[in-house]
Design a protein around this ligand. Structure first.
Ligand code: ATP
Length: 233
């Protein structure tokens, strides 16, 4: 059964229609990339799932239609969303930011913290430092680490490589790949299509609020229009 299904999802911001009926399916354990030009609706698609934008159409988790999709309710169902811009608490320490990530379970478990530090040794070294003083790459690691503290089944990430040096972006995607291998389902919006299509198993291409193409990442890498529009060769 699919973990996540969007059926004809529409969303608008006032007069602006951002999604014109997005339909897509994500299987349990999948690693999915959402590609598309600026303004295609990728961010809004993630927001439609986590409940941070009002939508019509159906969003199903485990085949069940979700009616009350507040961010809190979605977090309790195992959906973690790392928005673009990271959203960590800059005046709190790295450790406190990570602890806050576990709010949905009450307290942060030492086991979970150890798990995050295993993925990101740099965060362990910086654990007592204020989050606002971290480098861009470290802040992205912290945002991801904080989301991992919630032990999500489904991790939604918006532009995790934005503004990062290529090596750091690869490091982040390496962690996502390892996390996916442990069973976490991942949906990532990513401008760096080369990186995204290397890491993902499946991908969807959005254009003006609709899915226009979808399939195996390996096949999409060979697709003429994907290569021309997103891979640049
Ligand atoms: P990008 O790659 O530039 O982040 P995107 O594919 O993620 O783009 P969205 O951010 O989902 O696209 O935006 C879809 C459409 O909705 C765009 O036309 C955008 O201008 C509009 N939009 C997004 N957020 C808002 C908002 N808060 N208020 C008004 N319009 C918005």
């Amino acid at each position: 059964m699919s973990l996540l299904e969007l059926q004809g999802v529409e969303a608008r911001y006032g007069e602006i229609r951002a999604l014109h009926g997005v339909t897509l399916t994500v299987d349990e354990g999948d690693f999915v990339a959402l590609l598309g030009a600026n303004g295609a609706g990728k961010t809004t698609t993630l927001r439609a799932v986590s409940g941070t934008v009002k939508t019509s159409g159906d969003v199903l988790l485990d085949g069940q239609k979700l009616f009350r999709r507040t961010p809190e309710a979605m977090a309790r169902r195992g959906v973690a969303h790392v928005p673009e811009g990271r959203g960590t608490f800059s005046t709190l320490s790295v450790l406190d930011n990570l602890r806050l990530g576990a709010w949905v379970h009450g307290n942060a478990e030492p086991r979970e913290l150890a798990h995050v530090f295993e993925f990101f040794p740099r965060l362990y070294e910086r654990r007592l430092q204020q989050a606002g003083l971290l480098s861009g790459g470290e802040q992205q690691m912290l945002a991801l680490g904080r989301a991992m503290m919630a032990r999500p089944r489904l991790l939604l990430l918006d532009e995790p490589s934005l503004g990062l040096a290529p090596r750091v972006a690869r490091e982040i995607f390496g962690v996502l790949g390892r996390k996916n291998e442990t069973g976490t389902t991942i949906v990532v919006v990513e401008q760096n299509a080369t990186l995204a299509l290397e890491a993902a198993q499946h991908a969807f291409v959005l254009e003006t609020g609709r899915v226009v193409l979808g399939g195996d990442a390996a096949d999409l890498r060979k697709n003429e229009s994907v290569r021309r529009s997103y891979l640049g060769y």
